[in-house]
Each structure stands twice: as C-alpha cells, then as structure tokens.
Design a protein around this ligand. Structure first.
Ligand SMILES: CCCCCC/C=C\CC(=O)SCCNC(=O)CCNC(=O)[C@H](O)C(C)(C)COP(=O)(O)OP(=O)(O)OC[C@H]1O[C@@H](n2cnc3c(N)ncnc32)[C@H](O)[C@@H]1OP(=O)(O)O
Length: 241
C-alpha cells in the first residue's frame, strides 16, 4: 500500500484495491502479502474525511466499496499474509484480520479496533473477523473499550502470529507461511478456507444493503458527527503540540 501520508482508505483508493484484487485473482499465485510502503504506518484505516460531513450518495458508495474489498480479500483462493510494518488501527487492523497470517514489526506501534472511541460501532462482519482470530471474550472487551494493543500485547492475545525485527523479516516470515501450502492441493485449501470464513463472508454477501443502511445511519447521527469533528481536530492539532 502506498497512499501517503497514512494509507487511509478513501473511495478512489478502495476502487484501486478492488481492481488490483480482481487482477491478481486471475493469476496463478501461491499467495499475496499485504504491507505498506510508508514507514511506521501499515494503514490508519478508513479516511475519516469520507464520513465527516459526507455527501450521502458518496457515503453509500464508499461503504459499498469497503464491502467489495473485504468480500474479495476474505475469499481469495490463495494464501494471504500481512507484514504489518507500523500502526494498524481500525480498518488497518481489519485489513490484517482478512489475512490468514500476521507478522508485525517490533516497535512502538498499535493495532486494534478503536471505532468505539470515534463514537462509531463495528459491523457484525467486522466483529466476526475479529472473533475468528481471538477469543470472543477478548473481542468483546477489545471492541467495547476501543483497545489498541501494543505489539507484545497483540502477540499475547493472538491478534498477530509473530513479531518480526523489521519489515524484511516480516515479509520473510509471511513467505515462510505461504510456503507451508506448497504440497497442499489448491482446491482443498481454498474450500477449507472459505468454510472457515463463512460467517463474515455470509453476513457480507447476504446483508449488504442492511449493512450500508446501518453504516449511513450511524455516521449521520449528529452526535457521531460531533465526535468525528473532535477526532479530526485532535489529529490535526497533534503536529502543533
Ligand atoms: C456502522 C459503522 C461501521 C463502522 C465500521 C468502521 C470501520 C473502520 C473505521 C475506521 O477505520 S475509522 C479510522 C480510524 N483510524 C484512526 O483512528 C487512526 C487515526 N490516526 C492515528 O491514530 C495516527 O495517524 C497513527 C495511525 C497512529 C499514525 O500516527 P503518526 O503520528 O505517525 O501520523 P499522524 O501525524 O497522526 O498522521 C499523518 C497524517 O495522516 C492523517 N490521518 C491519520 N489517520 C487518518 C484517518 N483515519 N483519516 C484521515 N486522515 C488521517 C493525519 O491527520 C495526518 O495528516 P496531516 O496532518 O499530515 O495532513
């Protein structure tokens, strides 16, 4: 990913990612590794500008494009791994959860789902993606407290699989993970993966319209817009301090 300054997902970037995923799906790949070209930030999640004082039509398209990306990512036949070389809050964390394996670079980085701190809630498919990776009880506490984990905590809880010393090491660990499937028939692997992931995939496929309505309702709520205003201000003012 290379969308400075923070690899946030806006509508156009989501379209780019969808196109790339369509392109790689046609190729016979062993696996794909998601990482960031930006030092210290894997992805800062959704671009808050998309849902602070939004245009309604664009907001609906935006969420539909988020759904497109995650349906495709969850359902890729080949192995997926994330080399998390920096902060991965919110949708940055969701992106890594869509992968089968996560190696995170050691450093003063945070990963987790902090949506509640912004006054928004995680949708059922995002919750399912998290509780497929860490236990339900930890998921509930993490989501309700908007917990961002440091690297050691993330390993302890199972949110990441390994700690890497740097980006290259993280990528190598991802490659090693992908090589595990060299002798496994592709079809069996892909079907097993799909079945293991059927909860979030099913919710995403069958409840798309309802999910968009819920997202729009939550985001357009005046108190949520007030929270977002404060959050955007805080981000802007960080540099001035
Ligand atoms: C029914 C509702 C369902 C909702 C489900 C929603 C699912 C996901 C929601 C989200 O993804 S919301 C996004 C949440 N993301 C965050 O809270 C992260 C915010 N960012 C940070 O905490 C930090 O930027 C960082 C990632 C820890 C990196 O810190 P660092 O000090 O290295 O860099 P900054 O100076 O803070 O940021 C650089 C630059 O990027 C801008 N920026 C950062 N994050 C965002 C963002 N999410 N959206 C838009 N812009 C962002 C930040 O303002 C800086 O901009 P400039 O000042 O350089 O212009």
């Amino acid at each position: 990913m290379q969308r400075p300054p923070a690899n946030t997902f806006n509508l156009e970037y989501l379209h780019e990612i969808t196109n790339s995923l369509d392109e790689i799906s046609k190729q016979k790949l062993k696996g794909v590794i998601l990482t960031s070209a930006i030092p210290n930030i894997f992805s800062a999640g959704l671009d808050i500008k998309e849902f602070y004082k939004p245009d309604l039509q664009r907001l609906e398209n935006f969420w539909s494009s988020v759904q497109d990306v995650f349906i495709k990512l969850l359902d890729l036949d080949f192995a997926t791994a994330a080399a998390i070389n920096g902060h991965a809050p919110a949708a940055g964390c969701v992106l890594s959860l869509s992968c089968e394996y996560r190696a995170m670079v050691n450093g003063n980085y945070k990963i987790g789902l902090n949506e509640a701190a912004l006054g928004i809630i995680t949708t059922p498919w995002i919750q399912a993606m998290m509780y497929q990776v860490i236990p339900m009880k930890h998921t509930e506490t993490a989501l309700t407290t908007a917990k961002l984990f440091d690297v050691d905590e993330a390993l302890q809880i199972g949110l990441i699989d390994e700690i890497a010393s740097n980006k290259e090491d993280a990528i190598n660990r991802c490659k090693q993970y992908i090589r595990k499937f060299d002798k496994i028939p592709l079809h069996a692997r892909a079907l097993t993966k799909q079945r293991m992931r059927q909860t979030p995939i099913k919710i995403l496929r069958e409840q798309r319209d309802e999910d968009i309505r819920m997202f729009v309702d939550v985001v357009m709520n005046p108190s949520v817009q007030d929270n977002l205003k404060d959050y955007v201000e805080k981000l802007k003012n960080k540099k001035k301090k």
